[in-house]
Design a protein around this ligand. Structure first.
Ligand code: BGC
Length: 427
């Protein structure tokens, strides 16, 4: 066997966070949240979203755009009041296929937003004369000045479309609708996907105060009820993926150096689906002493961990597609490594929740509540859900009993529609 056990153990140790370290992460995150809220230097921007929790009585037909991962979604959503809704119609398209790539440097703002406008043309065919208000879930760090105006600060998740950073994204979107003869669509709101998730949860589980995306990217928002921090009481998009007080391993540093934006999104690069597979690739390359770096994805990781047998023959199949034939015993060791990467991710996500819960509860007790989580990693990756829960107990002791993390899917569309309903009230 090519794997040296001592070397494997040292990599896994480097990727393991114990209970005390978790508590330190949670405290440091709370500290950075509060620095930013006071307008002081912090690794997280804590961006005001200019919207609070919904009443559940929002009504009407609205358009929703979900722009934040590798799939775009255009939706027509009907809000019926009394927390009822229906997704009437949806058009979904990938941003990257074998034929085109709309997220890298070869794309342009105009190309991407025209592509989006065409999707709404398809969605609305035959109804181009009716006025529709649109809410835009744009899942990248953006500085807002009101519910409509948000300038993209910096691309994340390895997106690199030229001509969008620094721009008001809703202006780019509205201009594309106008170019395409779809001026009946009025863009009225923009929100982050975490905010969309929290709005959606608030519609159905009113005790929810934290919205989390645990997918290609990683981020949290929460309802900030104190208005005395120089901002209105509103949901704050933390951009917790940019938190940088974690101790990175040498693998995290290697990954960061080779990324589109070195130095940025350090928490996200340790946690999210876009990067976990890359961490596995780097560590397996080292362990097996491979010339070429294999290309593992988060989906491969799920496949490897789904095999819980001692011989790990199904896991071996997934691994050997990337690295060639394995010697006996190697697959089970690589699965141990995969688990270490996944479990660390879940524990860091839980530490973020704990930091936010501490901030929100101040010197009081943590209130009974749900935490709304959406995303492929939380939904599908083995070991994630139970490790989030377990780590919450390690950090919060019995107070963790007040908190119920829950998977709540497809919040981006509904949240965008709710935001459009709130914003269009004032039009
Ligand atoms: C972005 C966030 C977003 C998260 C999840 C991160 O890369 O910066 O704005 O909420 O991904 O999509």
């Amino acid at each position: 066997m090519r794997i040296n056990e001592a070397q494997l153990k040292s990599i896994i140790d480097e990727l393991t966070l114990d209970k005390e370290q978790l508590k330190e992460v949670a405290s440091a995150l709370r500290f950075d949240m509060e620095l930013a809220l006071q307008g002081r230097e912090s690794s997280m921007p804590m961006l005001c979203s200019y919207i609070g929790m919904p009443t559940g009585q929002e009504k009407g037909e609205f358009l929703a755009l979900d722009f934040g991962g590798t799939n775009l979604r255009a939706e027509l959503v009907s809000l019926k009041g009394d927390c009822q809704y229906e997704i009437v119609k949806m058009v979904a398209k990938p941003l990257v296929t074998e034929e085109y790539n709309l997220i890298n440097g070869s794309a342009s703002a105009e190309k991407v937003f025209d592509f989006i406008a065409d999707m709404f043309g398809e969605l609305l065919e035959g109804a181009e004369n009716k006025t529709y208000y649109l809410g835009h879930t744009f899942s990248f760090p953006s500085q807002q000045t009101d519910i409509y105006n948000a300038r993209l600060l910096v691309w994340t998740k390895e997106f690199a479309i030229p001509g969008v950073e620094g721009e008001v994204v809703n202006d780019l979107l509205q201009a594309a609708f106008d170019r395409k003869g779809l001026s009946n669509i009025k863009v009225v709101a923009v929100i982050n996907d975490t905010v969309a998730e929290l709005l959606t949860a608030g519609y159905q589980y009113p005790d929810t105060q934290i919205g989390c995306i645990y997918a290609t990217g990683s981020n949290n928002c929460y309802m900030e009820r104190t208005a005395d921090v120089g901002r209105p009481a509103a949901i704050i998009n933390m951009e917790s993926g940019s938190f940088n007080k974690l101790t990175p391993s040498q693998w995290d540093n290697k990954l960061d150096e080779a990324s589109e934006k070195p130095g940025r999104q350090r928490l996200e690069k340790m946690v999210s689906g876009r990067y976990m597979g890359e961490l596995l690739s780097l560590t397996v390359q080292h362990l097996l002493n491979l010339q070429e770096k294999p290309e593992f994805t988060a989906i491969d990781m799920s496949g490897i961990m789904a095999d819980t047998t001692a011989v790990a023959s199904d896991a071996a199949k997934v691994i050997s597609v990337k690295v060639g034939a394995l010697e006996p015993g190697e697959a089970a060791y690589i699965r141990d490594l995969t688990e270490a990467i996944a479990i660390r991710s879940a524990r860091i996500v839980a530490a973020c929740f704990a930091g936010i819960l501490w901030h929100v509860s101040g010197s009081g007790k943590i209130a009974q509540q749900h935490i709304a989580i959406d995303g492929s990693v939380y939904e599908h990756m083995p070991h994630i859900k139970e490790n989030v829960q377990k780590a919450l107990y390690e950090i919060l002791d019995e107070e963790a009993g007040a908190v119920t993390p829950m998977l709540l899917k497809d919040g981006s569309g509904l949240g965008a529609a709710i935001a459009a309903a709130v914003a269009s009230k004032n039009i």
